[in-house]
Design a protein around this ligand. Structure first.
Ligand code: ADP
Length: 753
């Protein structure tokens, strides 16, 4: 079995999938811890783990309730892993008692981590690889109910959503980094080409004086327009290329500044006017990037540069310079920086509709005649809902919202149905548009190219479409742009889906915790009335038995023979024992219900009071009790802590071999924010296999003839510690004395009681 397990666990692709999640050796995060904490509360188990099984270890992305040192190490070797079996079989592992389980009985985790019962559900990625398990552990045997198994399944699903979200976040961050780098490079290129142009311009300036004709040829070859502005006569001369960059023929330009200014995008003009003024006054190079509105209404980016020339009195006579086409570069730059901010919005959790609208606008900014539409596939997988279409007519968006997908439902309905791109170059004639043609044409829409938006595992999430007002077919550059934006929309939608799924699941689980807490409260109330009944109803007849037996002993002693007197004595002893049992049980059940408000408690005081309570017993057995001088203050419920410490000392002086004088040593240790109190004795010791069960109610290792007791003392200790967010345990070997310990949070405020 174990070799098989190892080879399955070490499957290369599985390990690659696990690594690609980037979760190994990352710090604990609240999102995972919260789920593990919820599981612990809901299932009332001491431990819940999000365990990722690597080739030689299991790493705990979350480990709530795990004992030290494992909790700090956050991993164990595979030798200690139950989860590896979940990974190897890709199936839940449900174990009531590992000690009798055929695969697990010799697993050292039973001893070292105290795992007895185990319930683990595989954490399986959409690609089918199981990366680990979500599991709950218990230190006592436990039969897991179908409801509990279902609950842990829900938790595992929530963990998977969280893992997907984490992976998406990782991919997002990588993309943002990539985009930032792209942007940086594109800016560098832009700067370099500026520098080049500037150098060219200076060279050209020199050439101007030498040979104007040669310059003209050079500029034409470089696709630069040249202008020469005679300020005295207010007349501008444009080269042929200059006119072309403004979407005009050379003869169309009347040489007036006003005509130039009218062609510049109105938003960019003030900045040009200012720059021209500065260049003239400061005798600097004029240098601006701006948009030109061509006579056909389309926008084009250009970069202009120029310099003023002055007469002997410092009056500007003329300005000459060049204009270059930077349209493609500028649009790419805008697209990239838009994409970057969209990814940031996604990572920051902006509303999906806002993000989709930004994606549409970002693409629309590239071209004047393109209208974007993003539709989202409904949860039913059959209808398309409005996502974002900031520039399409509202009435059109309304009409489309909620259409059923199908084999002939325009471009988007069909693209979603087929899960492939649908490029309709002419709505007028395309049969896919038969049912929607009138609607589209009435809104002036003539072409529509639609792409399915897909999730990581190729499911359709929606559609991304570009509409045009003229029949039109896409070029490679168009397709590239659509793919970019479609991908971006896919990331945003998948991110949102993962978030929603996680939110829903967490909500469901929290609701279940609330329900379960209410149920528990109800059960507690029932228990309370039961305890009351026990104490009153059961103790009353017991009192009668005790009283009558005592009367028998005192008043009829003479009438009884030796055997009769012995019976009476045993009757009294049995009744006393029963009374002690009832009282202990009541104390235990009270402990499970009472509200234990924690406060700062000085351990030294508690130990002192426990010794006072046990003074008679200590005297009787001539025990020596040594207490380390300075014991710190802890956070605890004072009365419960006193009971716990009293029980510990009582056992330490009780369980010694006959004739041995008990010697007890009490000391404390610090572990970070925790304090461990040790009570060490020179008693009979406890075999390792019994060290766990003695903490359960009624578990005793000896008959009452040799050591009296009810078997509830340690159960009270364990329950009391649990209720105070602490733990208890023992280290011992038979015949070697025992070292019992309890652990509590250190009181950080340090004011002692
Ligand atoms: P009780 O003391 O009433 O028997 P406890 O719950 O306190 O019940 O202890 C359970 C059992 O654990 C004891 O019966 C005894 O067998 C074992 N035990 C507890 N404390 C010690 C100790 N200090 N040394 C050895 N055995 C112990």
């Amino acid at each position: 079995m174990s070799n098989d397990v190892l080879s399955l666990v070490c499957n290369r692709e599985r390990l690659a999938s696990l690594r690609s999640l980037n979760l190994l050796d990352t710090p604990a995060t609240e999102a995972f811890d919260r789920l593990a904490r919820l599981a612990v509360r809901l299932l009332q188990t001491p431990v819940a783990l999000v365990s990722l099984v690597d080739e030689d270890r299991q790493f705990f992305k979350s480990c709530v309730g795990l004992p030290e040192p494992w909790a700090s190490w956050r991993e164990t070797p595979l030798s200690h892993s139950f989860c590896q079996h979940v990974v190897a079989t890709c199936a839940p592992l449900i174990v009531s008692d590992a000690r009798t389980h055929s695969w697990l009985h010799d697993n050292p985790a039973i001893r070292d981590l105290g795992v007895v019962a185990y319930l683990g559900i595989p954490l399986t990625l959409p690609n089918g690889h199981t990366v680990g398990s979500f599991c709950v552990l218990d230190s006592v045997p436990r039969t897991w109910t179908p409801l509990e198994i279902g609950t842990v399944r829900d938790f595992a699903a929530a963990v998977m959503s969280e893992i997907e979200l984490h992976a998406l976040r990782g991919r997002l961050e990588a993309r943002i980094e990539q985009q930032t780098a792209d942007l940086g490079r594109s800016n560098q290129r832009l700067d370099a080409s500026h520098a080049e142009a500037r150098a060219g311009y200076k060279r050209n300036e020199a050439a101007l004086q030498e040979n104007e004709q040669r310059l003209r040829l050079a500029l034409r070859a470089g696709q630069m327009g040249i202008y020469d502005w005679d300020l005295v006569n207010d007349a501008i001369v444009w080269s042929e290329e200059h006119a072309h960059l403004f979407g005009m023929q050379p003869g169309d330009f009347d040489g007036r500044y006003q005509t130039f200014a009218r062609r510049v995008h109105p938003d960019d003009l003030p900045q040009i006017d200012r720059a021209v003024e500065t260049a003239r006054i400061d005798r600097q190079l004029f240098q601006e990037e701006f948009r030109i509105v061509w006579p056909d209404g389309t926008l084009h980016w250009v970069a202009g540069q120029g310099r003023f020339f002055y007469d002997g009195n410092g009056r500007a006579l003329r300005m000459t310079g060049v204009v270059r086409d930077i349209d493609a570069r500028k649009r790419m730059e805008i697209l990239l920086s838009g994409e970057k901010s969209i990814l940031e919005m996604t990572a920051e959790g902006a509303a999906l509709s806002t993000i989709l609208e930004a994606i549409a606008r970002n693409l629309e900014a590239l071209s004047d005649d393109m209208l974007c539409s993003i539709l989202l596939l409904d949860a039913d997988g059959m209808h398309l809902r409005h996502g974002a279409a900031p520039s399409l007519p509202q009435t059109y968006n309304h009409a489309i919202d909620g259409i059923a997908i199908g084999s002939r439902v325009g471009s988007c309905g069909t693209a979603a149905y087929r899960n492939e791109p649908v490029i309709v170059t002419n709505i007028d004639t395309d049969p896919l548009w038969t049912d929607y043609r009138a609607l589209a044409l009435s809104h002036g829409l003539r072409a529509c190219w639609s792409m399915p938006i897909r999730s990581g595992d190729s499911r359709v999430l929606g559609t991304f479409a570009l509409y045009y007002r003229e029949p039109r077919s896409p070029g490679t550059a168009d397709m590239e742009l659509i793919e970019r934006s479609t991908h971006l929309a896919g990331i945003a939608i998948a991110h949102r889906h993962a978030q929603t799924a996680l939110h829903d699941l967490t909500h469901k689980l929290e609701q279940r915790v609330t329900e379960r807490t209410a149920q528990l409260a109800e059960t507690n109330a029932e228990l309370e009335s039961f305890s009351y009944t026990v104490s009153h109803d059961l103790r009353a007849p017991l009192r009668a038995v005790q009283g009558l037996a005592q009367a028998l002993q005192e008043d009829y002693a003479d009438a009884l023979d030796t055997m009769g007197r012995d019976y009476t004595r045993r009757l009294i002893a049995a009744a006393e024992r029963m009374d002690a049992l009832i009282l202990d049980l009541l104390a235990y059940s009270r402990l499970t219900r009472a509200d234990l408000t924690a406060e700062a408690v000085n351990l030294a005081n508690v130990v002192q009071r426990a010794r006072e309570q046990l003074a008679t017993d200590i005297d009787n057995c001539k025990a020596t009790i040594k207490v380390k001088k300075s014991l710190p203050a802890v956070t605890a419920h004072p009365a419960t802590l006193l009971q716990v410490v009293t029980n510990l000392i009582a056992n330490a002086i009780k369980f010694v071999a006959p004739g041995v004088r008990p010697r007890v040593n009490i000391r404390s240790e610090h572990y970070g924010h925790k304090v461990r109190l040790w009570v060490e004795d020179n008693g009979i010791g406890i075999e390792p296999e019994h060290q766990e069960r003695i903490f359960r109610v009624f578990e005793r290792l000896h008959g009452i003839e040799s050591y009296p007791g009810t078997g509830i003392g340690l159960a009270i200790i364990r329950k009391g510690m649990e209720r105070m967010n602490g733990t208890a345990g023992v280290e011992s070997a038979l015949g070697q004395g025992s070292r019992f310990w309890i652990e509590l949070p250190l009181d950080r405020s340090n004011h002692h009681r």
